[in-house]
Design a protein around this ligand. Structure first.
Ligand SMILES: [Zn+2]
Length: 348
């Protein structure tokens, strides 16, 4: 989490182009939609138009595109031609899903691309392209209804780029929805970073940090299993969870009343119901959870069900740790897990 204090420090570093902050943070500029490294030669934005990120991936997920001048995805003095070629290819057609064949067309060896990207950015090229696509979809969700309505009024054919980018991830374009079940998605800003909430008029289906690994596939699964299309907007459960989350982060509440829709096998649902019984600020182990549902030997499956939870915080999978006292994993990142547990302990 980047505190206000740190933001002010980063802003000073940005104004003075301090090279010692290279790689420490990236800045997204709301007015232009690009993200930069601290030493970018371009004119500096106002503080209120800056969003700061620890990693380039987070900036991509927040729907910023890499700046053409400072090229935040390359090392300052060393731009790999291969990396630059691929970054440019993504920008030409950000909605594309990459296959081995696409690499061949560009005369690029997929394994080399994977290695070089991983080394530079800590993610593979496919992950990079996915983060960029997800970022585009997220941008629509962040903007909410207004964008969809504007696109509809303007006529869909004139904006096929928008339709493609969004619908690849979120489902059919609004004009093609017909009688489909509709889920709505909203962007929720929290102290631990932005989250996406997906719900219909009855219940909340998904609540995740937007930078959670595998989120795109998770959303796709949700869409297919519920035979739904997802469009930006609010529903009663979204409005409810937004307010409950605010209370949660302010330490005013640790129990949630927003109705949930649990999408999983009967075993997974049993595990998730069990997780809800772990009191705030306390931890349980995967073995405890398995035992509590009468399947003591199924602790591995319990751990898997825990990881498959799609309702972060509300179904408190962050309260489950390893039997040896180690923290175990967390889809939203370990630092968030630690923060949530500490926050709940302090709030009691
Ligand atoms: Zn720049």
């Amino acid at each position: 989490m980047i505190t206000t204090e740190l933001k002010l420090e980063y802003y000073q570093a940005l104004i003075h182009k301090k090279s010692e902050y290279e790689g420490v943070f990236y800045v997204g500029v709301k007015t232009t939609g690009v993200f930069c490294r601290p030493t970018c030669p371009a004119r500096k934005p106002k503080f209120e138009n800056c969003e700061f990120y620890d990693t380039a991936k987070q900036a991509l997920l927040a729907s910023f595109r890499p700046c053409q001048r400072c090229r935040p995805l390359s090392h300052p003095n060393h731009v790999s031609e291969l990396v630059q070629l691929l970054v440019n290819a993504v920008e030409e057609n950000p909605e594309q899903r990459w296959t081995e064949n696409d690499f061949r067309k560009l005369s690029v060896d997929a394994a080399t691309a994977r290695r070089q990207f991983k080394k530079r950015f800590g993610m593979t090229f496919v992950e990079y392209a996915r983060a960029r696509r997800m970022g585009i979809a997220m941008k629509q969700i962040k903007a909410g209804n207004a964008v969809i309505e504007a696109q509809l009024t303007a006529g869909y054919e004139s904006s096929s780029g928008f339709r493609d980018a969004f619908s690849r991830i979120m489902g059919a374009a609004p004009t093609l929805l017909g009688d489909h079940h509709i889920l709505k998605a909203s962007w929720l800003d929290t102290q631990l970073g932005p989250m996406i909430a997906i719900a219909d008029e009855e219940a909340l289906y998904l609540l995740e940090f937007v930078d959670r690994r595998g989120l795109e596939r998770e959303v796709e699964r949700l869409r297919l299993r519920t035979k739904s299309a997802i469009i930006p907007g609010h529903t009663a459960p979204i409005i409810s969870i937004q307010s409950e989350l605010e209370d949660y982060f302010n330490g005013k509440r640790f129990e949630f009343k927003t109705p949930l829709y649990l999408l999983g096998s009967s075993f997974q649902k049993e595990v998730w119901e069990q997780l809800k019984k772990i009191p705030p600020g306390q931890t349980s182990t995967y073995a405890d959870v398995a035992a509590a549902i009468g399947r003591p030997s199924a602790y591995r499956a319990a751990a898997q069900a825990n990881g498959a939870n799609q309702l972060a915080i509300v179904i408190p999978c962050h309260r489950v740790i390893n039997s040896n006292g180690e923290f175990g994993g967390y889809g939203g990142g370990l630092s968030r897990k630690r923060w949530l547990l500490q926050h709940e302990k302090e709030g009691l």
